[in-house]
Design a binder for this molecule. Sequence first.
Ligand SMILES: Nc1ncnc2c1ncn2[C@@H]1O[C@H](COP(=O)(O)OP(=O)(O)O)[C@@H](O)[C@H]1O
Ligand SMILES: [Mg+2]
Length: 143
Amino acid sequence: MHTQEFTTHSQEETIALGRRLAASLAPPKLVVLRGELGAGKTTLIKGIAEGFRAASEEDVTSPTFTLVHEYRGPEVVVYHIDLYRVDTARELETLGIDDLISENSVLLIEWGEKFARFARERDVEIALERLGENDRRIKVESR
Ligand SMILES: Nc1ncnc2c1ncn2[C@@H]1O[C@H](COP(=O)(O)OP(=O)(O)O)[C@@H](O)[C@H]1O
Ligand SMILES: [Mg+2]
């Protein structure tokens, strides 16, 4: 178990951190992002997707209605998944997440901790905490 801790002071700093984190998220990876609404999960993912050259930050938006967004980079496919509105194993099943796991994919799952299987299967957990208006603590734990 390896933990790193960061504090950011703006949205831009969180995106920049995400870009750097991509280097340590070589596929295949399943990453769970946890933290309350507004903690900065989606913001961090903007940077991670950019780090993989899979999307630009403005292309990465909250997957509220479709629940799964796919961003294809030259080497890595980034899947951005938001389970905030998913409550049952049956609803989860319809998303077909198992089919997304492959040698060159990185799954970034907001609210993944709601389901025990992702707590078990995750390679990395990123916990974001709002310390103030613009300050966030970001802990990255990999196994
Ligand atoms: N240091 C920071 N890091 C990330 N977001 C920040 C920061 N400071 C302020 N914010 C704001 O907090 C909000 C985070 O929203 P979002 O990334 O969608 O959160 P989540 O996906 O966790 O619900 C955005 O409005 C962003 O501009
Ligand atoms: Mg979000």
